[in-house]
Ligand binder design. Structure first.
Ligand SMILES: O=C(O)C(=O)C[C@]1(C(=O)O)C=C[C@@H](O)C=C1
Length: 293
């Protein structure tokens, strides 16, 4: 029986590309929404799920963070960084009059990555948000009579038989999305993989209220241990204005001394710390990262 892996479907999403790269042999199960694909791990329908966490242009995928923090406490066991190229695609029957399109459909994050393009090149089209880029391509495929376009990737164009009429419509080069792999328990995924780039540990830190200089002291616990941080972000606790937690990425695998020492010091300040995962990251398209280093 092959491994079951959940993803935000339908076929042809960026999440599917991430799954194809890291779990090529698995049985891939599409879900309509990110929370549904996370629930699927929790209730045992799939062993793993892959969800988008952060995009280089648009920033965090808040639904993923919030669902992991507030609803389903699943460990992050791996990360996949995927290059993102957004294309404008239409039904082949609209190939020659694509400039007359009146509606562009896509996922909100994909639309946000193409704002400048849409604003300058297609200022009169109506934007419609759908559940994923794959869902946008599926709609265009099913409605040849409508003059609509989807924004999505090459896989979606192929899966749904669409014609790409404008390539690379994302506003900035170097567009990448970080996806995380979730599992019921912490497991060690392989570091002997052609895309393996290194390890990371993600912590959630909640500060005590009314404590002057608390964040400064939290950061000092990492700084004097020379622990390199690659990201710090605040998100609302949802308990009232001004109540935030911090997500901190440490560029290192959990060890016996440095990270536990930093955590103990931060807890001694009255903060609470939750370890969301310590995991390898894989960079799609960077096969030789090990040799380059
Ligand atoms: O709609 C998709 O294709 C997805 O996989 C979702 C998603 C996202 O949520 O950020 C993933 C990668 C891209 O940044 C755009 C959309």
């Amino acid at each position: 029986m092959s491994l079951k892996v959940g993803y935000l479907g339908p076929k042809g999403t960026f999440t599917k590309i991430a799954v194809n790269e890291i779990f090529p042999e698995s049985e891939k199960i599409p879900y309509d929404t990110i929370p549904a694909s996370i629930d699927a791990v929790m209730n045992g329908e799939v062993e793993y799920t892959v969800v988008p966490l952060e995009n280089a242009i648009e920033g965090s995928v808040n639904i993923t963070i919030d669902y992991l923090i507030h609803e389903q406490n699943l460990p992050i066991v791996g990360e996949i960084v995927v290059p993102i190229r957004q294309h404008l695609m239409v039904h082949p029957s609209n190939k020659d009059n694509w400039e007359k399109i009146t509606v562009v459909l896509s996922h909100s994050h994909a639309i946000a990555q193409c704002h400048k393009y849409l604003h300058t090149k297609l200022p009169h089209v109506e934007i419609q948000y759908v559940k994923s880029t794959g869902a946008a391509a599926e709609y265009v495929h099913e409605h040849p009579e409508e003059c609509v376009a989807a924004i999505g990737n090459e896989l979606a164009a192929k899966e749904y038989g669409l014609e790409i009429v404008q390539r690379d419509v994302h506003d900035y080069d170097n567009n990448h999305t970080r996806f995380v792999i979730l599992h019921k328990e912490p497991v060690e995924l392989s570091t002997d993989h052609r895309y393996y780039g290194g390890d990371r540990t993600t912590l959630m830190v909640t500060l005590p209220s009314d404590y002057a200089g608390a964040l400064h002291q939290v950061l000092s616990a990492f700084a004097w241990r020379k622990l390199n941080l690659s990201k710090i972000e605040s998100r609302p606790m949802k308990t009232g204005l001004g109540n935030y937690f911090f997500l901190i990425d440490v560029e290192m695998k959990m060890d016996d001394v440095l990270i536990p020492g930093a955590v103990a010091e931060i807890e001694a300040l009255g903060c609470s710390v939750r370890i969301l995962g310590s995991y390898p990251y894989y960079q799609v398209g960077k096969e030789f990262s090990k040799i380059e280093k």
